[in-house]
Design a protein around this ligand. Sequence first.
Ligand code: BES
Ligand code: MN
Ligand code: MN
Length: 460
Amino acid sequence: MPALEDVLAKIDANQPAALERLFNLLRIRSVSTDPAFKDDCRKAGQWLVDELSALGFEASLRPTAGHPMVVAKAKSGRSGVPHVLFYGHYDVQPADPLDLWETDPFAPRLADAPQGQRIVARGSADDKGQLMTFVEACRAFKESGGLPCDVTILFEGEEETGSPSLPAFLEANKAELAADVMLVCDTSMWDRATPMITTMLRGLALEEVIIKAASRDLHSGLFGGPAMNPIRVLSRIIAGIHDDQGRITLPGFYDGVSELPEEVAAQWREIPFDPKAFLGDVGLSVPAGEADRSVLEMVWSRPTCDVNGIIGGYTGTGSKTVLPAQASAKFSFRLVGAQDPEKVLESFRAYVRSKLPADCRAEFMNHGASPALQLPFSSEALSRARRALQQEWNKEVILGGGGGSIPIVGEVKRHLGMDALMIGFGLDDDRIHSPNEKYELSSFHKGARSWARVLDGLAD
Ligand code: BES
Ligand code: MN
Ligand code: MN
């Protein structure tokens, strides 16, 4: 096994070339949700296959019903070492609104900032920059004599659309993907100097509701009054979901939501977190969640219901005196603990139906549902990773939560019975999914160094 110092030095020396490689990946417009970018998604997958093959991995592009998966394997050549499965996603969110980008989202560049240089491009932090930290760590090991663990890599191209092809793929390739532990690089650090291992992730249930009333759009002078307006119905439905304390009123919604273990609650209370700054950074000042919860709890360990969009009636320029025949809204629920996504959706649908006046109907369209994820707060792999991160960053590692969702983590637990270690180097101000997404150069560089230390620590 190569000496860790040599591997770290190799990563340092490889930095300029590593950045070039990442830029090449960032230039590929792998937007998974839009069929117009189907070929680009394939191209990004193939780029990774080529890159990993060149590193000596046995790599291939695997077709699915949607965008292809990348699977790559390399052995350490040593016995008795752990086998890790590393996961990342090569797909990205749409770049729009385009006019809010300072430069072309798919023309990556380095920008100067007071804290240091940053990489600006769609996908720089979510997730191409992050997944390349692991690839660069593997490269450095390979160039220094070999990998310390057996490594399987799985890169997905549909994470940003809820990973529709993943469950079937995991089921069909169970044996091939089996490993001792999964490593995921798709989460954040606590702050730019403090590493974090994410031990809980919120789940996500997505449901669209269409309220239909009259058989066609109506003149609001001829029919206004007697005819029910579906936008009015929808508004009442939306308004009734939260009470004045910010709690969600759906019957049974909080079933399965539990309080944090005291030791975790205690660590969270001690984390230097400034809710004013957190909200101030996005132009807000007063937390809108449950009145009796801290902001950290609101994003890490409490469930939510959000309306992500409302559609209905005339929204063009000028005015139109119309009573629309239908109105719709897109809802998302962030779930925690043991909340059952199906039960939440059932309760939601029953609530919507209960609010329907005469002559109105509701239609539902599901866009996916996954439960929340709670990983053990202690395990051998977690302690080793913790020590490795501490050595790189010289800081106590935070065991935190993540407000977002990563479908694979729950699916791998279900299909392969394997827990994940979620270690990421993103920052809260990376603007993922937003215009001018960036990834700190320090995240990219020290992220690769961190993975080298983690792999070394797991193998030791
Ligand atoms: N990487 C994010 C999730 C994330 C971000 C977790 C920051 C923890 C910290 C992931 O790519 C993402 O955006 N997930 C979506 C999932 C959805 C599209 C199914 C999400 O959370 O909205
Ligand atoms: Mn991601
Ligand atoms: Mn994302």
